[in-house]
Design a protein around this ligand. Structure first.
Ligand code: GLC
Length: 710
């Protein structure tokens, strides 16, 4: 599907960023797009870059947009407004210089090496000229940092970072040229786009450039917007590094580029680092100060490779907070563009909160190179999930994942392709996200509570002793807000040893002691959850419980004289011995003595209380008999209001977790599922829509993420 998106947007010489909103060729889009093509269509990858560089200006600038003369009329501003010298069909600004990075990537993945080498040979002088332009004209102070002179040059057009500098620009409405915005005519709601006041300032800047006939020196003296941006300089750093590698591959002298590389790296590290805020920030050359806005650009020196190890560590710690939360159970997907705890954070507005794949892709690469492998891998898996679940959108809601802006968006498709290839290569063909089930098989049952406890506990206290051991583990190794578990450190810990010994006590536990349904429900849910964790740690599960094909069937505890596997507990007991999904038989056959422990009826809320060691399942909580009813309500409410239940009123669709499909009968069929969702869904747009249109909506099921919740 990703390839189809790119094919449909391919014009013969370049790829439109999206079919309607962006019909021309965009500068850094082409870089990202070529990175995707590089894996399967070297010819398109090379042509994409060559087409962009055919429009390079004589002094080396690679323009932000190359207009397609056959697609004019739908975008603003177009060539008639830019009025660039010699009637070139381009805009008069540039964008983050990603192209040396893209060219090196094409070469590294090329099937036809010789052809790729020729390509590098043609491109090297052009790339060199584009960097030389930046250092010659955009770094007049020789600080190693280049400035942007328009928000559109940043690639993050509408970022809150530009608010202050734009607000400082005085506009005289009388002298502002007439113009008509076209960006609101493609069905994207105005709330997701920049404001009119900012548009006036965008236009004011373009007008200034054309009045100066694009002469960089005089623009520098007059322009009220001159900013040394973090992302731009970080991308340039990476490109310098990659350009050196290209030069060396071709046997050329790369000293000039090496000097740029070192100067920019030290400029970023020194001038753009705000040590009080643990982040990199843009420097405003007009106000002569850093701009304090916690946007995702702050982390880009990880991609640029210019953060020192201690800066990287501090960035990482900041990235790993709720502000840039990376887990959907905490109600957000991957890394949003703006700190979620900021007042101006908005999950749908363009660069003010949503997730963009290109940004997350750069972060993924940066984190991986700095050795934050676990975070990088988790980011990669989330990124792969987003388009699978919601389509190839321009950007995505950072809380629930649904897609916004343009759909059929080229760089989303291209970078998805790059990530998928990486995933197959790195993770040894185990694409659990899409559901292959080829794990090793275990002997069945595999009883885990074989270690003896040193201190026998009195019968009636076994459940609470076990819970106390789990609470100890939870305190240290479970991040309950994010539903994550640090399995690796857990395994080595004294708390884990204590826990395994406590499970030994279960061997002399008499289940018949559990009297009330509440006691039973709480006990069995807790036991199930403990056994899942125990199984993951003992069996050294690395990426997904699906590594063991019969995980749920075989992982077991001996309780009194009986053995209970995870399936026995879930289906036999908690689901009142209902048939497991896709199974022919119930788990307790007619003469099974364990049948007497089954609950009398299925309470569908249990599905949001049992964990399965995967990211799509509920986070771990602990259930107590006296509170279990309230706790189950809470669990259901959390789940239904997370990204596992999504309504798209405008498309008359709801997306539900697979749990609702697998266990539809527990909810009383399809209509029972919707009633259940409505019972727990918070008031709001989605609930109102569902109440009114429950009979009209199409129900889609979200792909289940079987990756481990570590
Ligand atoms: C928007 C984005 C920019 C992108 C362009 C084309 O303007 O802000 O980064 O290059 O669309 O996709």
């Amino acid at each position: 599907m990703a390839k189809k998106v790119l094919d449909a947007n391919w014009t013969g010489s370049y790829t439109k960023p999206s079919p309607r909103l962006y019909p021309h060729q965009w500068n850094w889009d082409s870089g990202f797009i070529a990175i995707g093509y590089a894996h399967y269509n070297q010819d398109h990858a090379q042509k994409e870059i060559e087409s962009l560089f055919r429009a390079q200006w004589p002094h080396g600038m690679v323009p932000q947009i190359v207009f397609n003369p056959h697609a004019l009329g739908n975008y603003f501003p177009e060539p008639d407004f830019w009025r660039v010298p010699e009637g070139r069909p381009t805009s008069g600004i540039t964008m983050p210089p990603l192209h040396a990075t893209a060219c090196l990537h094409i070469y590294q993945h090329a099937r036809h090496r010789e052809q790729a080498r020729d390509f590098l040979q043609t491109m090297y002088p052009r790339l060199l000229a584009s960097h030389r332009y930046l250092y010659k004209y955009r770094d007049p102070e020789r600080s190693g940092l280049v400035y942007i002179r328009h928000p559109w040059e940043s690639g993050l057009d509408n970022s809150p970072t530009w608010d202050g500098p734009l607000d400082n620009i005085e506009i005289d409405k009388k002298t502002l040229p007439d113009y008509e915005r076209k960006d609101l005519k493609h069905g994207v709601p105005p709330a997701q786009r920049p404001s009119d006041a900012h548009y006036d300032r965008y236009v004011h800047l373009v007008d200034l450039f054309r009045r100066h006939q694009y002469d960089e020196e005089s623009i520098y003296h007059e322009c009220p917007f001159l900013i040394q941006d973090v992302l731009f300089n970080a991308v340039l750093s990476r490109a310098n590094r990659d350009l050196v590698e290209i030069g060396k591959t071709l046997g050329l002298d790369t000293r000039e580029v090496e000097e740029w590389r070192d100067q920019t790296a030290s400029g970023i590290s020194q001038r753009l680092w705000c040590s009080d805020c643990n982040q990199f920030e843009a420097f405003d050359l007009i106000q002569r100060r850093l701009i304090h806005t916690p946007t995702v650009a702050a982390f880009m020196p990880l991609f640029g490779g210019t953060a020192s190890p201690s800066q990287a560590e501090r960035l990482y710690n900041y990235l790993d907070t709720v502000g840039f939360c990376a887990l959907h159970q905490g109600n957000c997907f991957t890394v949003p563009t703006y700190d979620m705890s900021e007042k101006g954070y908005d999950p749908h507005n363009y660069w003010r909160g949503p997730i963009w794949i290109n940004i997350n892709w750069m972060l993924f690469r940066g984190l991986a190179e700095y050795g934050y492998k676990q975070k990088a891998d988790s980011l990669k898996r989330d990124l792969i999930q987003l388009p699978i679940r919601f389509g190839f959108h321009e950007y995505f809601d950072s809380r629930v994942g649904k897609g916004y802006g343009s759909d059929q968006f080229s760089w989303t498709a291209a970078l998805f392709i790059d990530l998928i290839y990486d995933y197959y290569r790195e993770d040894g063909n185990r694409l659990w996200a899409i559901g292959s089930r080829k794990g090793r098989r275990l002997e069945s049952p595999r009883i885990l509570n074989t270690v003896d406890s040193l201190t026998p506990a009195p019968q009636k206290n076994i459940a609470s002793t076990l819970m106390a051991a789990i609470v100890d583990l939870r305190t240290r190794y479970f991040d309950i807000h994010r539903g994550r578990v640090d399995y690796a450190s857990m395994k080595e810990s004294p708390e884990y040893l204590a826990f395994t010994k406590t499970t030994g006590l279960l061997r002399s536990f008499d289940v018949a002691q559990l009297a009330t349904p509440d006691e039973k429900t709480a006990f069995w849910i807790d036991l199930y959850n403990a056994l899942v964790i125990h199984g993951i740690v003992e069996l050294n599960i690395k990426a997904s419980v699906q590594e063991v094909a019969n995980f749920f069937k075989s992982v077991s505890y001996q309780i009194g004289e009986f053995v209970f596997s995870l399936d026995d507990i879930e289906h036999g007991i908690l689901r009142a011995n209902a048939r497991p999904p896709y199974a022919i038989f119930r788990v307790f056959k007619i003469h099974d003595r364990r049948r007497r422990f089954s609950l009398d009826r299925v309470d569908p809320r249990i599905h949001f209380a049992v964990v399965c060691g995967s990211r799509s399942c509920p986070p771990i909580r602990f259930y107590k008999p006296e509170k279990v009813d309230d706790q189950l309500n809470l669990a259901a409410r959390h789940f239904v209001n997370s990204s596992e239940v999504i309504a798209l009123p405008e498309q008359h669709k709801v997306f539900l977790s697979q749990i609702f499909r697998w266990y539809e009968r527990d909810f009383g069929g399809r209509s029972g599922v919707l009633d259940f969702v409505l019972r727990f869904l918070d008031e709001g747009e989605e609930a109102t829509f569902l109440k009114r249109h429950a009979h009209l909506v199409t129900v889609n099921y979200l792909s289940y993420d079987w990756n481990l919740n570590h």
